[in-house]
Design a protein. Structure first.
Ligand code: SF4
Length: 260
């Protein structure tokens, strides 16, 4: 907001008028609504084809494809971002996601890894879950810890990573480092990317909920442990069993990122 806009907002506030939205915030809100509705419709169509693990995986894959198609319209240059292979500050934060993504990750690991590598990945997930299970995501209760899927500075489930991981980006790696474990976060980031992937996650959750399935926000480590330890987790979730009970995300609502 520039000085003129700030003065107009202050004058409006003195007159008792509702503050005008920042133009960037209103464009982001429009984009969010459009992406969310697109994914809600697409996700509903996919789920209407039947209730099978394959449909759940297709739901997640089609949501990722949709998000990528929106991202091709992103006017922001990748060069303005600090994100690159080997920079993993954001992979030390708790991750919230929903059951389809959790089940997609577990299926990809089961399909892509040898029995020994799957057991090693599960051991990392269990070790992290033992430290973080059920805690609230405040800086004191949930200090920064490397994600169980972070291997040699890279995401080992990159192709199927949660949408919140795809949304995160920053123009300043040092700001990401400083933000770890802090209550207040200030950084510049690509709003288009953040909005698009966050809206796809919301649209996917809406489609899941409208089809009568559990769309609860889950903590990645706890939920993926359940999905990796139980080969029938997807069928049970589709049948309405509370397979992810106790894996709820517990975000710290004070730690919202500002528009930049
Ligand atoms: S799933 Fe991948 S991208 Fe997301 S926090 Fe873990 S390592 Fe990072």
């Amino acid at each position: 907001m520039n000085r003129r806009e700030r003065r107009a907002a202050a004058a409006g506030a003195r007159r008792g008028a509702a503050p005008e939205a920042h133009p960037m915030a209103s464009r982001a809100a429009e984009l969010q609504q459009h992406v969310l509705e697109s994914e809600r419709r697409l996700g509903g169509e996919v789920l209407a084809r039947g209730r099978s693990p394959q449909t759940v995986y297709e739901l997640v894959d089609s949501a990722a494809t949709l998000a990528d198609s929106f991202m091709r319209q992103n006017p922001t240059s990748r060069d303005s971002l600090a994100c690159k292979l080997g920079c993993d500050h954001c992979c030390r934060r708790p991750v919230g996601t929903s059951a389809p993504t959790v089940l997609r990750i577990a299926a990809a690991l089961r399909e892509g890894l040898s029995a020994e590598d799957f057991a090693r990945a599960l051991a990392r997930v269990v070790a992290l879950d033992e430290k973080t299970h059920g805690v609230s995501w405040t800086p004191t209760e949930r200090p920064p810890l490397p994600c169980a899927f972070l291997v040699n500075g890279a995401c080992s489930v990159y192709e199927v990573r949660p949408f919140v991981c795809r949304a995160w980006n920053s123009a300043d790696a040092e700001a990401c480092r400083r933000a770890l474990g802090q209550e207040s976060i200030e950084m510049r980031f690509d709003l288009f990317q953040r909005t698009t992937f966050a809206a796809v996650e919301k649209g996917l959750q809406a489609a899941v909920q409208e089809s009568g399935l559990d769309a609860m926000d889950l903590e990645l480590t706890a939920a993926v442990r359940v999905a990796m330890e139980n080969a029938d987790a997807c069928q049970r979730w589709l049948a309405g069993e509370p397979v992810f009970a106790g894996c709820e995300a517990k975000p710290d609502r004070r730690r919202r990122l500002p528009f930049a």
